[in-house]
Each structure stands twice: as C-alpha cells, then as structure tokens.
Design a protein around this ligand. Sequence first.
Ligand SMILES: Cc1cc2nc3c(=O)[nH]c(=O)nc-3n(C[C@H](O)[C@H](O)[C@H](O)COP(=O)(O)OP(=O)(O)OC[C@H]3O[C@@H](n4cnc5c(N)ncnc54)[C@H](O)[C@@H]3O)c2cc1C
Length: 465
Amino acid sequence: MKLPTDQQSRNRPVAQALMQALPEGMVLFDDDVTSRSAGIWRTDTINARILIRPRTTQQVSITLRICNDFQQSVVTHGGLTGLVESAITTNHDVVLSMALMNEIEAVHPLERTMTVQAGCTLQAIQEAADSQGLMFPLDLGSRGSCTIGGNIATNAGGNRVIRYGMTRDMILGLEAVLADGTVVSSMNLMIKNNAGYDLKQYFIGSEGTLGVVTRAVLRCREQVTDSPTFIVGINSFDQLSQFLKHIDQAFSGNLSAFEVMWNNYYQLVTTPPALNKAPLSPDYAYYVLVEAMGASQEQSQLALEQALEKELIADAVIAQSETQRLQLWGLRDDVAQVFQFAPVILFDVSLRISRMEDYVQTVNAKLADSFDHYQNFTLGHMGDGNLHFAISAGDGDAHARKLIETAVYEPLREIAGSVSAEHGVGLEKKPYLHLVRSQTEIDLMRRMKSSLDPNGILNPGKIFD
Ligand SMILES: Cc1cc2nc3c(=O)[nH]c(=O)nc-3n(C[C@H](O)[C@H](O)[C@H](O)COP(=O)(O)OP(=O)(O)OC[C@H]3O[C@@H](n4cnc5c(N)ncnc54)[C@H](O)[C@@H]3O)c2cc1C
C-alpha cells in the first residue's frame, strides 16, 4: 500500500533528522511546500516536498551538514525572481528558503557600508541606505521581491551597471555555508584587501551551486542630489552608438543608465492595455532612457542641445518632476506587457556594441526563416552591451523553443558574445554554455564544484551536469 504523500516526506530519514535538529515549525512538508509558486512569471508550483526556513547561519549549517550526510540535494530559494530556472526543484530536493533571514544588521554611514542577512529584499536594503543618507546602487525591476542573497548568487546587473558595475562590484565581504556545513566567514569591511585569494568571488554568480550565502557586507555610496532623466527618439543605430559616446562624455562620468528600447517594445508599452502615456511620437527606430545620477539639469539641457545640433537625436523629453521621472522609468520596467503574446521566451545576451545592429538583424532573419509570424520585442542595457529579447513564435512546443533558442544563441559563438549577460545559466541556458565557454573553462568550473561540494548536493544539475 502507498503511504499518503505527507507521510512519505515526513518518514524520510533526512526529514526526521532535520526535524530533530531544528526548532519546531522550521521544517515544512508537502502541501505547505507544494502549494507555493515556483517563481515569478511562472504558473507552476514547487515540486520539492520539504522546505526549511532558517533564521540563523547556524541553522543553515546544521541543515547542510545533515543533508550532506544523507547525500540529500538542496536548492536555495531567495525571492524566486530569477529568470533562468536556477531555483527549480524536483520532488526529491530539499528547499532552503532564505526568506526569514531578513535582518539589516548594521549601517555604517561614515564608512558607507551595510551588513545584512541574505534574505533581505533589495528594496529593504535600498530603503535602509536611504534612511541613513546613503545609496545602495544596485537596482532591478524586481527590487520588491528579489533578495540580496539571490542578487549575489546571480551576480545581478540591472539599471546602473554602466556607472556602478554588477553586484560583484558592490560586495565587500560575505559569509557562506559550504555543502558540509562549514561556515566561511569572509565579512571584510574594507574596499581594499588583497590578502590572498578573494574568497567571496567563488560564491558571487555561482547560482547556489558552491555554497549558501547567509550574510554580506555591502558597499554603499553617498546619496546624489539630483538625477536628471530624459528619453530621446533616434532614427538609426549609427546615431544611437554615437549618442552613447556623446552623452557619456557630456556627463563626465555621471551617466548611470542608458536603456534602449527598440520601436516595437516602445509601441507595446505605450499602447493599451498598457497604461503608460507615450512621451514621444511612435515613429522612431530607437528610444533611449538616460539617467545621470549626480549631474545637473543644466548639463542635461546642454548635452541634449548639442546632440540635436549634431543630428544624433530626433526629439527628447526631460522629466520635470519625480513623478515624470518615474513615468519614464515605468516604460522601461513594464516588461510584463510582453506576456500578452504568450508563449513568450525571454533572453538576456551580451555582445560588443559594434556588433549589435547586425546581430539583431541576424536573429530576426533566422526567426523569419523558421516561423510564419513572430514577435521579437527588443530592449536592453545597451551601455553594458546587454540585450533582452522577448520572443513569441510558434505554439510553445519543444521544437519551436529549440528553433528560437538556436536563432538567438548560435550567432553569438562567432562574435564572441555571451548567452547570459546578467541572469545566469540555470537549467535554461545549460545546453548552450559550450557555445561561449571553452571545454577547459567548463572543466575548471567542474573541478571547483567538486572541491567545494564533493557529494554534489548543492543545486545539482544547474549551470552544467
Ligand atoms: C521584473 C524583473 C526584472 C528583473 N530585472 C533584472 C535586471 O535588470 N538585472 C538582473 O540581473 N536580473 C533581473 N531580474 C532577474 C532576477 O530578479 C535576479 O536574477 C535576482 O538577482 C534573483 O534574486 P532572487 O532573490 O529572486 O533569487 P532566486 O530567484 O530565488 O534564486 C536565483 C538563484 O540564486 C540562488 N540563491 C538564492 N539565494 C541564495 C543564497 N542566499 N545563497 C546561495 N544561492 C542563492 C538560487 O538557488 C538560484 O540559483 C529581473 C526579474 C524580474 C522578475
């Protein structure tokens, strides 16, 4: 006779060991786990049957030690906003949810650092910095849900990379728990520290496969007094590239966002059912949202007048208030409009700016060869060489998916681009990693994995097999 599912989970030896070692209520089973969403923009729920909600590093350590002893696979969950299936579980996995490790431990305004637990949301961190007259520069559309642990594990990029770099550039130190329960505390508080290997780099961008990040020291910045923001319409890619150079020079190091929207994306987010108002005519080939943190409105005005004189841009609208600034950002952040065209696949690639125009044309030509109809909404952090596609073509079956992925990823090999600019690899891009990483590189990644996690219990099967 088959036991009811909940009995099967609770009777697994690993479950009993976890229940004995952890406080009551910290281990959840079956319906309490499988009723939870598997992630943002997903329709499925968690497959795993056991979920742990630790509050301390010690409890993470106990959990991993027990799981390692039982050779039990563990998938760490942050805010579940990742977009590459890197937090997906099977029904044999144990989920380690960091949601309750959400304490802001300390803010040091003089040193401009903050110490946090890994389950803090990015927005909570931004607000804590703000309340002390500081700024934490990382910013993503998912800020209300994503966690700093997830940002670290994916080395998230976002809107201000051109000025402040990726998450990697904002982390001074961190604490991580290894697969066997060892706590590696590398909570460095200084900007400079070259004493041996920089151990935090092992964990940044490793998608939960090398350790569980439990705490971090963040590098904050002084708040800026003004952030001039505007949107421009541009007619050709050549003008677009020249405008990037012009505006970067004009702002002398203050350019903090250069977000390009291709015409079809701009039309999508400014046409009902989208609620955004169109600030510019819908006829330009490209639209760029520009932000320059720390620059002045006068600098913006002058830079735009010069760009108009040089015929780099066709039109521009400058935000005159905080409300208008947020409305302009609302266009860039309203990516969810692409789901009107479901099934849709999201892509996040990077390549040299000089190759971008030809590359987009190549992808679209390949899509046109394979499908009678397709939509490819295109946008991206162009200043970072990062493009996003939201492609809807075919009926969503595996064959259509393969054709679309091949159209996007294959051309990257020749131009030395990357299948992931900022979202990571997860399960989704695993089959394409070899296009942009050599066998030697992948072998070294495997050696690092087996030295830190010899039983392969941490997020198995993600990034590579
Ligand atoms: C609207 C929207 C906008 C977005 N914009 C951007 C963007 O501009 N730039 C960008 O880079 N991404 C963006 N993303 C993707 C996503 O928000 C980021 O990848 C984010 O960093 C994931 O954080 P999370 O807490 O949700 O992680 P999760 O989705 O929960 O997990 C992601 C990965 O990290 C691992 N992980 C999570 N926490 C830990 C931990 N404490 N220790 C070890 N491993 C851990 C998981 O196992 C998994 O492999 C966006 C997503 C959405 C929905």
